[in-house]
Design a protein around this ligand. Structure first.
Ligand SMILES: *Cc1c(COP(=O)(O)O)cnc(C)c1O
Length: 474
C-alpha cells in the first residue's frame, strides 16, 4: 500500500475527543432517531459526517482574521477577497454569501424562470432544491459511469455530450436557465471532470447560446486529479489548472466550507456585469450588503487566505492522499467502496455491504448508524434518503460517505475508522433495516427520524484492535 506523504503542517492547537461507552452510544443514537445528523458532536469520536466547514484553519488564516474590517459597506476585507478571487479564478464580479446555498439561491433567483431547465451532472441536494423552488427543472446529463460505483472510470464528473446536445436541441435557448457542471462530483463519490469534457461542454453551451456555470466548490481537487489522470497536464501547476478550469465557464458558485478551509462562507462570481448587478440586487434582500453578503469581515479575511492555500499542491495533495489511504485500507479488507476513491471522501456501497436489505429499508442509513455504534464514527447516508424526491421512483446509488475534514485527523484516526467499518461488516447479516418515523418536506435527510426494524446487534469494537482483515478472510 502506498503510504501517504507526511503533510506540510503540524498540529498547534488540539481539541479533545472521546469514545463514549457502547451503552452511551446506543442511547445517543436512539435519541437521534438513527440519523447521524441528529447526534451531538460530543457523542462522536471520529466525525466524518462532512468535510463542510470542518477543516482546520491555518495560523495564517487565524492571523488574517485579526485584520477583519467590519464596516457595513466598503469593507477592506471585501476588496481583499475580491482581489484574491480575481487572481485565482479570473471572474471580475464577486458576490459573497453566507455559504454555498446562499450563492445557489441568488443564482437560481437570477436565472431560473418557471418552466426553464438546468442540465447538470447528477445533482447536489441544495443546488437542485433552489432551482426547483424557483420553478425550474433539473435535468441529469451525467455520463452513465457516474452512477456505477464499481466503474473505475477516471472522469465520472463528465457530462454526456450527446445527451446534453439532445436536451439543448429540444429546448429554446430561453428555456435553458444555465448548464451546470460540478467539480469533483460529490454524488459520484468526489470524482472529477476532464478538461477535455469541460471544453466540449463550453463549446456546446456557446453553440446553443446558454450560460454555463460551474459548481466550483471542489475545483482544487478536480484540478489535482486532472494533473494526475488527464494526459497532457502533468507538468502544469495547480494554480494554472484551477484557473484553466474557471476560465471555461461564465461564472461559478463556491461553497467555501470545502476547498477553502473556512467554517463558513461561499460566493458566486461571474463574468457578466448585468448578471452581477442582478445578483447584487438580490443579495441585499437575502444575505446582506454586497460588500459582506452574510459574512463577517474576519470571515472574508480567512476566506481570502484559504483560497490562496487551496491552490497549494502540497496541501491539496496531502488531504487527497488521506482519502486514498482510507480507501486502500477498506479495499484491502474486501469492503465494497466506490472506485476510484474520490478527493474528499470514501463511499461505502451499502447495497453490496448489506445485500439482504431492500432499498426501502434504508441500508445506507442503517449502515451509518451501525458504524456509530461500532466505534463512534459518524458518517452520512448518500442514498435513497438523500436522493429520493417527491414521488419520483429512485433506484440509484445507496452509499455511506466517510468524509475527511481537511488537515484535521491523523493516520491513526483513519486506521480506527477502517477497523470500525471492517468490524461492522463482519456482522453485516445482523444489521437491521430502518423505517421512517418522521419525514420533513424538504431535504429530508437532514432531519428525518427512523426506528430499527429489529434491534441492532452488539457491534462495539474495543480500542487497539489489530488491523482487521476479517472480511478478506471470512
Ligand atoms: C456543500 C456544497 C454546496 C452547498 O454549500 P453550503 O456551503 O453547504 O451551503 C453546493 N454544492 C456542492 C457541490 C457542495 O459540496
Amino acid at each position: 500500500m502506498e503510504r501517504p506523504a507526511p503533510p506540510p503542517w503540524k498540529v498547534k492547537v488540539v481539541e479533545p475527543i472521546a469514545l463514549r461507552s457502547p451503552a452511551e452510544r446506543r442511547r445517543a443514537l436512539d435519541h437521534a432517531g438513527y440519523n447521524t445528523f441528529l447526534l451531538r458532536s460530543e457523542d462522536v469520536f471520529v466525525d466524518l459526517l462532512t468535510d463542510s466547514g470542518t477543516s482546520a484553519l491555518s495560523q495564517e488564516q487565524r492571523a488574517a482574521m485579526e485584520l477583519g474590517d467590519e464596516a457595513y459597506a466598503g469593507s477592506r476585507s471585501f476588496f481583499r477577497l475580491d482581489e484574491v478571487v480575481r487572481e485565482t479564478y479570473g471572474y471580475p464580479y464577486l458576490v459573497p454569501t453566507h455559504q454555498g446555498r446562499g450563492a445557489e439561491h441568488l443564482l437560481a433567483r437570477a436565472l431560473v424562470r418557471p418552466g426553464t431547465i438546468v442540465p447538470s451532472n447528477l445533482y447536489f441536494t441544495t443546488s437542485r432544491e433552489h432551482v426547483e423552488l424557483a420553478g425550474g427543472r433539473w435535468v441529469d446529463v451525467a455520463i452513465a459511469e457516474a452512477s456505477v460505483p464499481a466503474s473505475p472510470f477516471p472522469f465520472k464528473g463528465n457530462i454526456d455530450l450527446a445527451r446534453l446536445e439532445e436536451v439543448l436541441s429540444a429546448a429554446r435557448p430561453d428555456e435553458v436557465a444555465y448548464v451546470r457542471q460540478e467539480a469533483c462530483l460529490n454524488m459520484a463519490g468526489g470524482q472529477p471532470f476532464s478538461i477535455e469534457n469541460l471544453i466540449a461542454v463550453r463549446e456546446l453551451t456557446r453553440t446553443f447560446g446558454v450560460p454555463f456555470v460551474l459548481d466550483a466548490t471542489r475545483i482544487s481537487e478536480n484540478a489535482l486529479f486532472v494533473k494526475e489522470r488527464e494526459p497532457g497536464y502533468a507538468s502544469r501547476s495547480l494554480p494554472e489548472l484551477v484557473r484553466l478550469i474557471a476560465d471555461h465557464a461564465d461564472g461559478a458558485i463556491f461553497s467555501s466550507k470545502k476547498d477553502h478551509f473556512v467554517p463558513i462562507g461561499g460566493f458566486v462570481a461571474v463574468n457578466d456585469e448585468a448578471l452581477a448587478t442582478r445578483l447584487r440586487e438580490l443579495v441585499v434582500l437575502y444575505e446582506g450588503f454586497p460588500h459582506y453578503g452574510g459574512l463577517a469581515g474576519h470571515d472574508m479575511e480567512a476566506l481570502a487566505q484559504g483560497i490562496r492555500e487551496s491552490t497549494d499542491e502540497r496541501v491539496v495533495g496531502a488531504y487527497v492522499s488521506q482519502a486514498r489511504y482510507l480507501g486502500e485500507l477498506l479495499q484491502d479488507a474486501g469492503v465494497p467502496i466506490v472506485l476510484p476513491v474520490g478527493a474528499h471522501a470514501v463511499f461505502v456501497d451499502a447495497k453490496r455491504s448489506l445485500p439482504d436489505l431492500e432499498q426501502d429499508s434504508f441500508p445506507a442509513q442503517a449502515l451509518a448508524a451501525a458504524f456509530y455504534l461500532a466505534g463512534g464514527v459518524r458518517s452520512m447516508e448518500r442514498g435513497i434518503v438523500s436522493g429520493q424526491h417527491g414521488s419520483e421512483p429512485y433506484d440509484g446509488l445507496e452509499l455511506v460517505r466517510l468524509t475527511i475534514p481537511r488537515r484535521v485527523y491523523t493516520q491513526e484516526h483513519l486506521t480506527w475508522v477502517a477497523d470500525v467499518v471492517v468490524g461492522t461488516l463482519a456482522h453485516a447479516a445482523d444489521v437491521p433495516g430502518l423505517r421512517i418515523t418522521y419525514e420533513p418536506e424538504h431535504l429530508r435527510f437532514f432531519q428525518a427520524r427512523f426506528a430499527p426494524l429489529s434491534p441492532f446487534p452488539d457491534l462495539a469494537l474495543e480500542h487497539a484492535v489489530a488491523p482487521a482483515a476479517a472480511l478478506a478472510t471470512a
